[in-house]
Design a protein around this ligand. Sequence first.
Ligand SMILES: Nc1ncnc2c1ncn2[C@@H]1O[C@H](COP(=O)(O)OS(=O)(=O)O)[C@@H](OP(=O)(O)O)[C@H]1O
Ligand SMILES: [Mg+2]
Ligand SMILES: [Mg+2]
Ligand SMILES: [Mg+2]
Length: 382
Amino acid sequence: MEDDKYTTELNVAVRAVHMACLLCQKVQKGLLSSTFVDQFKSKDDSSPVTVADWSVQATISWILSETFGCDNVSIVAEEDVQTLSKPESANLLEVVVKTVNECLNEAPRFGLKCPAQALGSTQILEAISRCNSAGGPFGKHWVLDPVDGTVGFLRGSQYAVALALINNSKVVIGVLGCPNYPIKNDWLVKNQPPCQATPELSLTNPGMWEEGCILYTRRGSGEAWMQPLLHGNKKLIWPNSAKLVRVSSIEDPELATFCEPVEQANTNHAFTAGLAHNVGLRKKPLRVHSMVKYAAIARGDAEIFMKFARAGYKEKIWDHAAGVLLVQEAGGVVTDAGGRALDFSKGIYLEGLDRGIIACCGAKLHEKIIGSVYASWDSSNL
Ligand SMILES: Nc1ncnc2c1ncn2[C@@H]1O[C@H](COP(=O)(O)OS(=O)(=O)O)[C@@H](OP(=O)(O)O)[C@H]1O
Ligand SMILES: [Mg+2]
Ligand SMILES: [Mg+2]
Ligand SMILES: [Mg+2]
C-alpha cells in the first residue's frame, strides 16, 4: 500500500506550489504595467522565459532543499541560469531576487520556513541551477515545470505550476497549481474564446481569476483533490478546504469535449480534427495553454486531451508527470497513441513515446481513440 507514503513530500509540495501560484499571479498582474519588457526573454529555441519561470524555480528549489537537505534532493526542472547570468540580464536578475524574497517571506503563512535573511543573487542562481538533475530510473526525483504554458502566462491566459515526485521510475505525487482556473465547474468551457479566433484572453480584469486552484494526488490513492487558492493574509489551513475531484462519466463521443494545445506548432490540429471526426466527437476542440488541460480532465470539465507534436520533437517529463498522475488517480486513462503507458524512467524525455499523448476520462473513449489513431494515421501526412 502506498496510501500513507509520501505524506511529508505531498504536504511540502502543495504548500510550495501554493506559494508559487501567488507569486505568478503577482507577476502576471505586473505584466500589465510598463515594466513588462524587462520581465521576459526568448530562449535559444525562441520560446519565452519570464521572471515568473525563474522565480518559481528558485523558490521551489529553495523550499525542497531546505526541507529535505540539498544533498538529498534531485530536481529535474525546465529552466537554467544561462540567460539570467549574462551581464545584460542584471536588471532581470534583480527583479527575480526581489520576487523570490517577497515570496519566501510569506512562507510561515504556509507553514514553511523562510530564509533567516534575504537571499542574494548568488544564492538564487544556485537554487535555480541546483535543479539540473537528469532524473533516471532509480531513486527519487522531483520534476518541476515552474511555469507551464509560458505563452499562455504572457497572454494573460491559462498556465500551470507543475511539481511531481518520481520514485524508482513511477510518478508518486502530482501537484498542479492552476492560478487562472477557478474552482467553479465548467468555467473553462464557458469562458474559452472560440478556437478559431485569437486564442487568448486578455487580462483586463485579473481579479476575476484570483480564485485559482491546486490539484494534487498520490499514486495508488485513487483520489485526486482540489484546493482553492488562498488570498489575503490568511494562514493556509490545509487540507481542510480541499475537495475530491473525479473524471467525467461521459462515454458517448458526441457529448465529449476534447482539449488540445493552442499553438499549431505544438500539436497537429489537422490530424486531431480528422481523428475527432472519425471517433464521432462533435464539439469544437477546447484549446487551452498548459497542463490545465490535464486538470480539466481530472476535474471532469472535459473528457479527452490529445497532443501530437511534430515528428522529431521529444516530450519532456515536466510537461506531463503531474498531470498524468492526476488524471489516472481521478479515474482516467493516459497512454501514448499506441496505448502504452508513458515512461518516466529515461531522464528528462519521454523516450519511446509512440506518436502522441491521449488522456481520457475513461477506458471506452480511450479505446475508441486509440483504435482510430491507427485508422487515421495512414491517411495523414505525419
Ligand atoms: N515544438 C513543440 N512541440 C510540442 N511541444 C512543445 C514544442 N515546443 C515547446 N513545447 C512544449 O509545450 C509546452 C506548452 O504546451 P501547451 O499545451 O501549453 O501548448 S500551447 O501553448 O497550448 O500551444 C511548453 O511548456 P512551457 O515551456 O513550460 O510553456 C513546451 O515544453
Ligand atoms: Mg511546460
Ligand atoms: Mg515551463
Ligand atoms: Mg518553456
